[in-house]
Design a protein around this ligand. Sequence first.
Ligand SMILES: C[S@@+](CC[C@H](N)C(=O)[O-])C[C@H]1O[C@@H](n2cnc3c(N)ncnc32)[C@H](O)[C@@H]1O
Length: 162
Amino acid sequence: MCRLLRCKTQALPIVDRYRVEQDKYAVVKNKKRVSEYGEVFTAEREVKSMCDLIPADVWKNIDSTFLEPSCGNGNFLVEIFSRKLTRCRTTDEALRALKGIYAVDLLPDNIAESRNRLYGMFSSVYGESDTAAKILSTNIVCGNTLTGKRADGTPIEFLVKD
Ligand SMILES: C[S@@+](CC[C@H](N)C(=O)[O-])C[C@H]1O[C@@H](n2cnc3c(N)ncnc32)[C@H](O)[C@@H]1O
């Protein structure tokens, strides 16, 4: 998604490019989703401020574990992975960092967007990776955090670190 958006952005005239950037950071997709799912995303500035409240030691450890129980389109996931990536020097380290991120959301499009954003971040530095894609498809899950189940009724299970 990130990479697609970047390509699209480069090809657009200035006015449209501004609109795409605005859409990218919109905190609301539409009113129906707000009333039905409480879907209001956290803006980047607030995400960063909240992450700054977490002790620095947590960010120094690429194996630190995070669970986002209602991840939306991934605003917190992107910031978490971005901070982890600054500590990674190899593909293996980046995969380890990715493995410590777990998330759930009720809505399939949010899950697709979250996975795509994280995959775009990984692949832009370390290249395409089936392992990264597998981690994301297993650990960024469409389901209901309150019941612990996916839409098909099966339990939400994560790929835990070795
Ligand atoms: C207020 S938004 C926050 C999204 C994200 N955490 C952020 O701060 O940008 C709430 C999200 O929770 C999801 N949601 C609502 N009820 C849920 C549930 N029972 N289990 C998982 N996700 C849920 C919605 O689809 C929506 O994306």
